[in-house]
Design a protein around this ligand. Structure first.
Ligand SMILES: [Zn+2]
Length: 235
């Protein structure tokens, strides 16, 4: 058996490994898990943003509460002074009434914004619960799928190791110099070897001088395609 035939067999085993690695990467359950992981991460960001907004709203609520209390206190003070009847003229009374009206306006404004915020916060809270529920569901789904995936991955790893062993066994029978040529091309392109059919490289479909077929037929000489660099092979 020529070294090139052995190398060709090695490439078949190498291809099986590469194909299986692709299969593992494209495994639907893996894709699904990656998608779920992104959903969980996105929802965590949303939840954090909502918590941030909620904290800001709480601060504003406290501010408004203080404003309302202050306006109510001013109002009570003015009312008290009115009852004490300590005014000397109508101008003073008018001034005090205008202050009272101002306090009432502030009080009403603070109360209006407060009730608006309370209604809004109810909505936010519902939305928050909804998002957290969704996040929890995605997390559960992820955990559930992960168990199945891990089992599957274990099997895949075992199979991949088998294929790699097969490849190594075939490779150990190939002359190291040939193997080195193979590896050099392998870094650039795969498959490394291409058959020569009717003076055409099957790797890149380029037509090559007919002298090449004569050169490599039955020979163990390594000839690379002048266009794509693959090692040309004639069975
Ligand atoms: Zn080529």
């Amino acid at each position: 058996m020529r070294q090139l035939d052995k190398l060709w067999n090695y490439q078949q085993a190498d291809k099986k490994v590469a194909d299986f690695e692709t299969e593992i990467r494209q495994f639907p359950l893996r894709q699904q898990l990656l998608k779920l992981r992104n959903i969980v991460a996105d929802q965590q960001t949303v939840v954090r943003g909502m918590e941030n907004d909620a904290n800001k709203a709480l601060e504003r609520l406290e501010e408004l509460g203080a404003q309302r209390d202050k306006a109510a206190q001013t109002f009570a003070e003015i009312q008290q002074s009115l009852q004490e009847d300590s005014f000397e003229n109508a101008a003073q009374v008018r001034k005090v009434i205008s202050q009272m009206n101002e306090a009432v306006t502030k009080l009403k404004a603070a109360e209006k914004e407060l009730s608006k915020m309370i209604a809004h916060s109810q909505m936010i809270e519902n939305r928050y619960k909804e998002v957290r529920l969704k996040a929890a569901k995605a997390r559960d789904e992820y955990t559930r799928l992960k168990v199945t995936y891990d089992k599957e991955f274990e099997k895949q790893t075992v199979r991949l190791e088998e294929l790699k062993k097969e490849r190594a066994a075939i490779g150990s029978d190939v002359d190291p110099a040939y193997m080195e040529r193979y590896r050099n091309v392998r870094e650039q392109r795969f498959p490394v070897m291409a058959t020569l059919n009717n003076d055409q490289c099957s790797g890149c479909n380029m037509s090559l001088p007919s002298a090449i077929a004569k050169q490599i037929a039955g020979s163990d000489e390594v000839v690379e395609c002048e266009n794509c660099g693959r090692i040309l092979y004639m069975p």
